[in-house]
Design a protein around this ligand. Structure first.
Ligand SMILES: NC(=O)c1ccc[n+]([C@@H]2O[C@H](COP(=O)([O-])OP(=O)(O)OC[C@H]3O[C@@H](n4cnc5c(N)ncnc54)[C@H](OP(=O)(O)O)[C@@H]3O)[C@@H](O)[C@H]2O)c1
Length: 327
C-alpha cells in the first residue's frame, strides 16, 4: 500500500485513557491527525485532550465502554458529526486477567473476550459502512506478542489476542480491492498501567514478562503502520522477532522456560487485593502512558540479546557437531 499522508486525517483511538492508546494518540496528534479519543474514564480523556490541544492538535473525547453497542455507535456518530469523516480506527482498548485457567471465574473469561475481541469487532463494524461509502479507511489493531505466543496465568488474554489476530487476518482478505486496509502491531511487554489495574487472583501485584519496553515503542509503530497500512508488524527484536524465531525453531525451550518460571516472572512480592481490577468497572489508578514498572534499560536488553544469541549459537554448533560425529 502506498504511503499515507497523515496530516488532516481523522482517527478514533480506543483505550486512550492510558498506556499504548494514550501514547499512540499523542504520536498521531504530533503527525497531524485529528483525534476522537475514547475509553471509559472521562476525566482521563479530558486530561489528554487538554494536553493535545495545548500542542495545537484538534481533538474531541467521547467516553464509552467497548462492550456497550450504543456507546460504540455514539463514539463513531460524534466523530462523524464533528469531523464529517473517519479515516483510521485504532483498536487498542484491552484488559488482562491474571489467574490459572481453571481458577479464573467464568465471568472473567467471557468479559476478557467481550472487551478484547468483541470490542475490536464492534468498533470495526461501526466504522466499516463509512469506510465502504468513502472507498477508503484503515483498521489498525493493537495486538500482542501473545497474539502468536502464550504465557501461563494469561490463558484468557492470550486466547483473546490470538482470536483478534485471526479475525483481523480474515477481515484483511475480505477487504482486498475495497481500498480499506487492516494492520496489526504485535506489542511486546510495555511499561503501561495495565499492570496497575489488571485483575489478579493471586493477591500479588502483576508485572510484565521482561524485557519491558517504553510504550512509545508501540505508539511509534502505530504511526508507522498508519503511514504504511496493510502490514502486521513486530516493532522490537529481543522481546519480539527473536522470541517468535525461538518459538518456531525450538518450541520446547519456550515451553520449558515459561512453564517453569513464567508464573513467578509475572508477580511482584508486593501484596495487592484486586480480584476484579478494571475488568468490569474502570479504576481511578493508572492514567497516562506509564505504569508502575519502568522500561528495561537498553544496556540490559542488549546484553540479554548477546547472551541469547551466544546460547542459540552454542546449541546450533552442538547439534551440528553431534550430527557430524554420527556420520
Ligand atoms: N502492556 C503490555 O505489556 C501490552 C503487551 C502487549 C499488548 N498490549 C496491548 O496494548 C493495548 C493497550 O494496553 P495497555 O498496556 O496500554 O493497557 P492500559 O494502560 O491498561 O490501557 C488499556 C485501555 O483500555 C481501556 N479499556 C479497558 N476496558 C475497557 C472497556 N470495557 N471499554 C472501553 N475501554 C476500555 C482502558 O481505559 P478505561 O479503564 O478508562 O476504560 C485503557 O485506556 C491492549 O490491547 C493490550 O492487549 C499491551
Amino acid at each position: 500500500m502506498a504511503r499515507q499522508d497523515l496530516k488532516g486525517k481523522v482517527a478514533i483511538v480506543t483505550g486512550a485513557s492510558s498506556g499504548v492508546g494514550w501514547q499512540a494518540a499523542v504520536r498521531l496528534g504530533e503527525a497531524g491527525v485529528k483525534l476522537c479519543l475514547t475509553a471509559r474514564r472521562a476525566e482521563a480523556l479530558e486530561k489528554l485532550r487538554h494536553e493535545l490541544e495545548s500542542k495545537g492538535v484538534e481533538c474531541i473525547s467521547v467516553p464509552g465502554d467497548v462492550t456497550v453497542q450504543a456507546d460504540v455507535e455514539q463514539v463513531v456518530r460524534e466523530c462523524l458529526t464533528h469531523y464529517g469523516r473517519v479515516d483510521l480506527l485504532v483498536n487498542d482498548a484491552g484488559v488482562q486477567s491474571y489467574g490459572f485457567f481453571d481458577e479464573l471465574p467464568w465471568e472473567h473469561l467471557t468479559r476478557t473476550f467481550d472487551i478484547n475481541v468483541f470490542g475490536f469487532m464492534r468498533f470495526a463494524r461501526a466504522v466499516l459502512p463509512h469506510f465502504k461509502a468513502q472507498g477508503s479507511g484503515h483498521i489498525l489493531n493493537v495486538q500482542s506478542m501473545l497474539s502468536k505466543g502464550s504465557a501461563p496465568l494469561l490463558a484468557a488474554y492470550s486466547a483473546s489476542k490470538h482470536a483478534t489476530l485471526g479475525w483481523a487476518k480474515s477481515l484483511e482478505m475480505e477487504l482486498v480491492g475495497t481500498g480499506i486496509q487492516v494492520s496489526n502491531v504485535l506489542v511486546p511487554s510495555v511499561a503501561t498501567n495495565m499492570f496497575a489495574h489488571a485483575p489478579t487472583m493471586f493477591g500479588l501485584a502483576p508485572k510484565p514478562v521482561p524485557p519491558t519496553y517504553d510504550p512509545d515503542v508501540a505508539a511509534r509503530a502505530v504511526v508507522r503502520c498508519a503511514t504504511w497500512p496493510g502490514r502486521t508488524v513486530v516493532p522490537v527484536f529481543l522481546g519480539g522477532r527473536l522470541m517468535l524465531w525461538v518459538n518456531a525453531l525450538l518450541p520446547r525451550v519456550g515451553k520449558a522456560l515459561m512453564g517453569r518460571f513464567g508464573a513467578r516472572m509475572q508477580m511482584k512480592d508486593e501484596p495487592v487485593q484486586r480480584p476484579e481490577g478494571n475488568l468490569f468497572h474502570p479504576m481511578a489508578q493508572g492514567v497516562g502512558p506509564y505504569g508502575p514498572v519502568p522500561p528495561t534499560p537498553l544496556w540490559k536488553r542488549l546484553s540479554a540479546t548477546a547472551g541469547l544469541a551466544a546460547l542459540l549459537g552454542g546449541v546450533v554448533l552442538g547439534v551440528a557437531g553431534l550430527a557430524r560425529a554420527a556420520r
